[in-house]
Design a protein around this ligand. Structure first.
Ligand SMILES: *[C@@H]1O[C@H](CO)[C@@H](O)[C@H](O)[C@H]1NC(C)=O
Length: 377
């Protein structure tokens, strides 16, 4: 990347761009953190035919990984056979996966002319060998465990927290397609842990691998971090957050703080949208259909009296004046100041619909002629 910087504002914008980019996209340094590991086999095969096979397998894996995040591919043409496996960990996004896999491929290619090699980066794993290894879980010769320097916290408490998060991440991964990421906040610190089995292995092999990785990592305490880089799985813990909150596997027992934050943000967003919606409907209601336009409807009829007049006419809606009662209101006998006797219907309404119904009724009645209905004009 090259920027031409002509104005201080550009620097600020570039800085912001980089800050933004570093939040959302991976950087190569993140792939090769503490203990990332390249391990090449000890047997060589210098035949060009074999080297071409390795390149062919790696090329095919690139395509599979771009399409689905993982893959296995073999090129079998005895005596030269190459088997390959590559996988990005489940929490890694497409861009991160591509970057990680390209780095892994380049590093792993350096193993040639060795007939085998494996590389563990922070976001992906890749391996090639000259035999079918896809369902391997553990292999004492190659499996590797690395522990970091002490976390500097009260050891007993830390050990308890570590045991707990590792147990959780192991159990969750076995119920969750071989992947889990957990954050466990304890009394002394928060421990983050991630487990990932290769997609090519079966559940039993995954379980075996995770069990070995878990028991190894538990012995890393009081180390602030640890990585188990095994034949069938990868497990890592750290007191530093090394995966985004979106990577976390949800727990059935309760919500993690990040889930609560997400739910709360969703709630706030809904409330804001709701308030905007309510405000818009209110504006539309009061503009188009609000109570303001009732006088217009009412003015179309000839029956137009002040509320106070009707109140007086019915003796404040006295029980003794009650003529009848319906679902929507009560009808009273009223005597207007000029001595005219009228029926006054007092509605219980408090909704717009009832207001409409009422005026429809009034307009309807005043528009029809019937022997039991008198016009009052
Ligand atoms: C394989 O090749 C590497 C370098 O190309 C060399 O250092 C190593 O000794 C070779 N191993 C064997 C067993 O020949």
């Amino acid at each position: 990347m090259r920027f031409s910087v002509q104005h201080p504002l550009n620097i600020i914008m570039i800085w912001m761009l980089l800050m933004f980019a570093s939040c959302f996209s991976p950087s190569s340094s993140a792939l090769l953190s503490f203990g990332s590991r390249l391990k090449c086999g000890t047997n060589n095969e210098t035949s060009q035919r074999f080297v071409r096979s390795v390149d062919k397998v790696m090329g095919a894996l690139s395509k599979l990984i771009a399409a689905q995040g993982w893959g296995t591919f073999s090129d079998v043409d005895p005596p030269f056979t190459v088997f390959g496996l590559g996988q990005c960990y489940q929490h890694v996004n497409g861009k991160g996966c591509k970057l990680c896999f390209n780095t892994a491929k380049e590093e792993l290619r350096r193993c040639v002319p060795a007939t085998s090699g494996r590389i563990f980066l922070d976001w992906c794993f890749q391996r090639f060998d000259n035999y079918m290894f896809y369902n391997e879980g553990v292999d004492a010769k190659y499996d590797h465990l690395i522990c970091g320097s002490p976390a500097g916290v009260y050891q007993q408490e830390f050990q308890r927290e570590l045991d707990q998060v590792i147990r959780k991440v192991t159990n969750t991964a076995l119920e969750n397609n071989g992947y889990a990421a957990k954050a466990a906040k304890g009394g002394v610190t928060t421990v983050y842990a991630l487990a990932q089995c290769w997609r090519a292995i079966d559940l039993e092999t995954c379980s075996e691998c995770l069990r070995h990785a878990a028991s190894g990592l538990r012995k890393c305490a009081p180390g602030a971090e640890g990585k188990a880089m095994f034949s069938g799985c990868y497990m890592r813990y750290s007191t530093h957050r090394f995966f985004g909150p979106e990577a976390e596997t949800e727990d059935n027992k309760g919500f993690s703080p990040w889930v609560i934050i997400r739910l709360a943000s969703a709630g706030v967003a809904c409330a804001v949208l709701g308030a905007i919606g309510t405000y818009i409907s209110y504006k539309r209601f009061s503009k188009k259909k609000g109570l303001d336009d009732i006088p217009a409807t009412r003015n179309n009829t000839s029956l137009n009296y002040m509320y106070g007049t009707l109140e007086k006419a019915t003796d404040h809606f006295d029980e003794s004046r009650k003529l009848g009662q319906g679902g929507a209101g009560t009808v009273f006998k009223g005597i207007l100041p000029d001595g005219k006797v009228v029926a006054v219907k007092r509605l219980f309404f408090n909704t717009r619909q009832w207001v409409d119904q009422f005026f429809n009724e009034v307009n309807l009645i005043s528009g029809i002629q019937h022997k039991n209905l008198l016009r009052t004009q």
